[in-house]
Design a protein around this ligand. Structure first.
Ligand code: PEP
Length: 349
């Protein structure tokens, strides 16, 4: 069983919700703290950051080429990639400060590491509740092996990967003696088109690995995360920003405070609405009486007359004989005078 801060991470349970702050603080610790406050207020279970530094994620070639993707919403074309990375990365002291702030506020802190040293820091010094593997590192097997040996639960995001690669990653973590894995469906497109979201992959991953299975979302809006509840997701990670128009990577594909509030609330509502696999019957007798029909007469019937099919019809309320018993009445003799449109009783025959 996997628990994060006492909450069980289980398929078809109320989902654990992570606000992915990532680098949406743009390197500003004051802003990061404000985001923590608001994410907590909106009801998330955890906030997550990214622990990368300029040297832990990119080789010098990336900076030399000033590498940008076509769907990259960095929104800061007047700056080089190198200068943005330097400005937005948060060091150990800052991460420690944010972890302490989260502890004070009462929301779980975690972060995605991108190097062994960052794993060491998060596990050995900050003692995070879980570690996140970004989709980009799913095929980084030496890294997964290193991380798995630390013994912390691992959230494994599967964007960009084939099933063969996911198999290798899961096997690497388990072979390192760690079976505390939460696997996430993810499409690493910012944002994906509707037809690229493929929430059915949540079913597929859960059925294949029999692990707690969740969803790392990069869509705009809240439809996909709410819908993922119907797929039994145990965990939802959603980008979070205070302002979609800020410069930086992920702001445009992030939920703002209002959307985060709606998402958390509606995910919980959606989970409750899924309910039971057994036929739900909990309507009161009063409601059944009001909604259903009984056998009534279509004419005045005199004592001693034989009842025919034409003498009967079915109308509300449902306090009399149910329509399905009409054949027991047909052919019987009336014991009393019965008026037109009267609800009949068994004792009348
Ligand atoms: C990029 C990350 O994750 P994902 O692949 O789930 O978007 C991350 O956790 O930093």
């Amino acid at each position: 069983m996997i628990k994060f801060n006492g909450k069980e991470i289980k398929n078809f349970s109320e989902p654990y919700i992570i606000a992915e702050i990532g680098a949406n603080h743009n390197g500003d610790i004051g802003l990061a703290k404000k985001m923590i406050d608001i994410a907590k207020e909106k009801g998330v279970d955890a906030v997550k950051f990214q622990s990368w530094s300029k040297s832990s994620i990119n080789s010098k070639k990336v900076y030399q080429d000033n590498y940008f993707l076509a769907d990259d919403y960095r929104n800061r074309s007047d700056h080089t990639l190198e200068s943005i990375i330097e400005a937005y990365s948060i060091g150990k002291e800052e991460q420690k400060e944010l972890k302490e702030y989260c502890d004070k506020v009462g929301v779980t802190f975690s972060s995605t590491p991108f190097s062994n040293a960052e794993v060491d820091f998060l596990v050995d010094e900050l003692d995070v509740e879980f570690i996140k593997v970004a989709s980009m590192d799913l095929n980084n097997l030496p890294f997964l092996d290193y991380m798995a040996r630390k013994g912390k639960p691992i959230i494994l995001s599967t964007g960009l990967s084939t099933i063969a690669e996911v198999d290798e990653a899961v096997r690497t973590i388990i072979s390192a003696g760690n079976d505390k894995i939460v696997i996430l469906h993810c499409v690493s497109i910012y944002p994906p088109k509707n037809e690229e979201v493929n929430l059915n992959n949540i079913d597929m991953l859960r059925n294949l690995y029999n692990l707690p299975t969740g969803y790392s979302d990069h869509t705009i809006g809240v439809t996909a995360p709410i819908l993922s509840i119907a797929k039994g997701t145990c965990l939802i990670e959603k980008h979070f920003t205070l302002d979609k128009n800020m410069e930086g990577w992920d702001h445009k594909v992030s939920a703002d405070p209002n959307e985060l509030e709606i998402m958390v609330r509606e995910c919980k509502n959606a989970y409750k609405m899924l309910g039971s696999y057994y036929k739900y019957v909990n309507e009161s007798q009063e409601r059944k009486d009001a909604f259903r029909r009984s056998i009534v007469t279509t004419r005045d019937i005199k004592e001693g007359e034989i009842i025919t099919e034409e003498d009967l019809e079915f109308k509300r309320p449902g306090t009399g004989i149910e329509p399905k018993y009409k054949d027991f009445i047909i052919g019987k003799r009336a014991k009393r005078n019965i008026q037109f449109d009267e609800i009949i009783k068994i004792s009348d025959f």
